[in-house]
Design a protein around this ligand. Structure first.
Ligand code: NAG
Ligand code: NAG
Ligand code: NAG
Ligand code: NAG
Ligand code: NAG
Ligand code: NAG
Length: 576
């Protein structure tokens, strides 16, 4: 659509003389099982009063009106009917909320209802951020023919991997999130949490109901775009959603900003983050809904922020947007962890004589505290501070093993997956291994880039737990999610290994009890945990080294599209 037309449409929304053909509606829409869902419908202002038939943009939410549902009104000037619906069991809808298990059939019922209305032109687009997005992606399961496009932000492809990455329970985030939902019946909460605890194993029977798989993803045959954030609670699984959605048509558009849900970290990146992330999300949503064409800009399919440190070296090396058709080619580079506390790309020499392993005591009653990272912060319904915060104090503890590289001479660019390949043992029947990658500033600050925890009893990813054997050496591979990060000159990388990160992850009492066990957590057992460095057990981190990603002037591109400050402000306030 030409810019002139876009501006005209925008303008028309502020002209009161163009009356709405239909007044807004607030109704209960019955689902096929008889449960009625509370629904608000807003109609576009239309000059040709009479036969108006419109496409619909639908946002189904468990947070009630006034959050993202209301944001849908931004599409009214473009001739869309805007519909916000409360998911079952939330705000004013009937039924019980059930972890998105009902959203495939509820969205099907809703879309079928919409397309039967005389104001519908038969086309439905979905918009959904976070929980709204997690519900909206369920729509693809039934491949409804009316589904013409989807915009999905900050939503995971597989729920289990964000609530229980490597089996380690993200207890606080899960509890904060579930309590933040706008439940019709609050007494449903304990049942919901009990269900989550009972499913700490990755059983297909339960999690498979809401997880994306090849069969569901094969139904993605419409324009779509996805928004992820490097410090987001769902990061890697939103990137996996991109991979899944992009698989068939190769047309999915993606933005990866530094924050996602982690709004508190916005001020950390001084260059273009706020305008860029909201403007890009809007531009891509408009493109998916056929309102805008990004082809004439330099904005390519994948647009991501190259993060760096919040100092002069960092703003020179990184802190900019890059845009590309495909992820940059990466060289997986091993950083070996040596017994003397160094980390280097050189492995251990066979004849070198030094410590073979390091042992530390992990006492569950005194866990390593969480300081930042990919958490759900206060500003968005959680309670754990998020983003790149300073680890120097926690890294000083006796139960945190620290390994550090030499400072970089030149900037080191990383874009892609971060991995740990560790050799470990324990004298307990079960324990956790927690890893973290940080940027060490010349000033001595140590800011977290990413972390993850691995719960040994779920190492085989089977339905039943496998306890461990005292002294047996296990090789574990930890997916520490992804990043795009420039390690600036003068900065070093720090890798740590410990056994807790609380309250980000539940504390493992090391006694083998499962979360749903009536006597959980039971007695705390102090574990003697060991990390190996020997030549046949070389523990390492593997980083995605890339050439310097190209910088793009995203703001200029957005301005040329007519993405206005007003639109961005509206979007930002809806994001809280
Ligand atoms: C980028 O998206 C366009 C459609 O908008 C598609 O034609 C193209 O193949 C995509 N590029 C890649 C590398 O997938
Ligand atoms: C980042 O640096 C800027 C400029 O020095 C400063 O204003 C801002 O407070 C810093 N942000 C954080 C989160 O440290
Ligand atoms: C066991 O560890 C948990 C988690 O840190 C703690 O809350 C609890 O107080 C500990 N129990 C004892 C008896 O120390
Ligand atoms: C993120 O990491 C996963 C592997 O854990 C990989 O499949 C995916 O391509 C990565 N995405 C990016 C953007 O690096
Ligand atoms: C683990 O094995 C070591 C070596 O055999 C032994 O000394 C230690 O007592 C065992 N620890 C436990 C908790 O069983
Ligand atoms: C694991 O999954 C199965 C379903 O396959 C379920 O019946 C069982 O209770 C779960 N077990 C645990 C230990 O969580």
């Amino acid at each position: 659509m030409p810019l002139k037309f876009v501006l005209l449409m925008l303008l028309s929304s502020f002209i009161p003389s163009l009356a709405r053909r239909h007044p807004p509606m607030e109704i209960m829409v019955p689902m096929s099982d008889g449960v009625e869902l509370h629904t608000r419908i807003f109609f576009p202002r239309s000059e040709n009063d009479g036969e108006g038939k419109f496409p619909v943009v639908l946002d189904r939410s468990p947070y009630g009106y006034g959050d993202m549902e209301e944001f849908m009104n931004l599409f009214l000037p473009f001739g869309f009917v805007s519909i916000g619906q409360d998911m079952r069991g939330t705000e004013k809808s009937e039924g019980n909320w059930n972890m998105f298990i009902d959203d495939a059939s509820d969205s099907l019922d809703m879309g079928n209802w919409i397309t039967e209305q005389d104001w519908s032109n038969g086309e439905v687009y979905t918009f959904g951020m976070s929980a709204d997005g997690m519900g909206s992606i369920q729509t693809i399961e039934n491949a409804p023919s009316w589904l013409k496009g989807q915009y999905v932000g900050w939503a995971p492809s597989r729920m289990y991997n964000v609530l229980f990455p490597h089996g380690a329970y993200k207890q606080k985030t899960t509890e904060d999130w579930v309590s933040d939902l706008d439940m019709t019946d609050e007494s449903w909460l304990p049942t919901l949490l009990q269900t989550i605890h009972e499913n700490e194993n990755h059983s297909d029977e339960f999690w498979g109901q809401v997880e994306m798989n090849d069969e569901k993803l094969n139904n993605v045959n419409f324009p779509n775009a996805i928004w992820a954030g490097w410090y987001d609670i769902f990061q890697a699984e939103t990137l996996a959603l991109f991979d899944g959605y992009n698989e068939k048509l190769k047309e999915t558009k993606l933005v990866v900003d530094p924050c996602g849900h982690c709004l508190e970290a916005q001020s950390f990146w001084t260059q273009d983050v706020v305008y860029g992330r909201t403007g890009l999300a809007l531009a891509q949503a408009f493109e998916v809904f056929g309102i805008m064409d990004l082809k004439r800009t330099n904005i390519k399919n994948i647009t991501y922020y190259v993060m760096s440190s919040n100092d002069t070296a960092g703003t020179e090396a990184g802190q900019y947007w890059s845009t590309t058709e495909e992820w940059p080619e990466l060289a997986p580079t091993s950083y070996y962890l040596h017994a003397d506390g160094t980390a280097s790309t050189e492995g251990k020499n066979e004849v070198e004589a030094s410590e073979e392993s390091t042992t530390y005591a992990y006492d569950p009653s005194n866990p390593v505290p969480t300081v930042g990272g990919n958490n759900l912060p206060h500003s968005i319904g959680g309670s754990i501070p998020c983003g790149p915060l300073d680890q120097s104090e926690v890294d000083d503890r006796d139960d945190v093993l620290v390994f550090e590289t030499e400072p970089q001479k030149d900037a080191l660019y990383l874009t892609g997956p971060l991995l740990a390949d560790l050799f470990v043992s324990s004298d307990a029947v079960d324990t956790d291994f927690s890893v973290k990658i940080s940027d060490v500033y010349p000033t001595g600050e140590v800011l977290i880039i990413s972390d993850q925890t691995f719960r040994m009893r779920w190492r085989e990813n089977k339905d039943e737990p496998d306890m461990i054997v005292n002294g047996t050496v296990y090789n574990i591979n930890i997916n520490i999610w992804n990043t795009s990060y420039a390690v600036a000159p003068g900065h070093a990388l720090r890798f740590t290994v410990s056994s807790s990160n609380f309250p980000r992850f539940s504390v493992n009492p090391n006694n083998g009890l499962l979360l749903a066990d009536p006597v959980y957590p039971g007695k705390n057992v102090t574990a003697m945990n060991t990390l190996y460095h020997s030549s046949d057990h070389q523990s390492r981190f593997i980083l995605p080294v890339v050439k310097k990603p190209k910088r793009v002037r995203v703001l200029k591109e957005l301005e040329s599209l007519g993405i206005t400050e007003t639109m961005i402000e509206t979007f930002k306030t809806r994001l809280k």
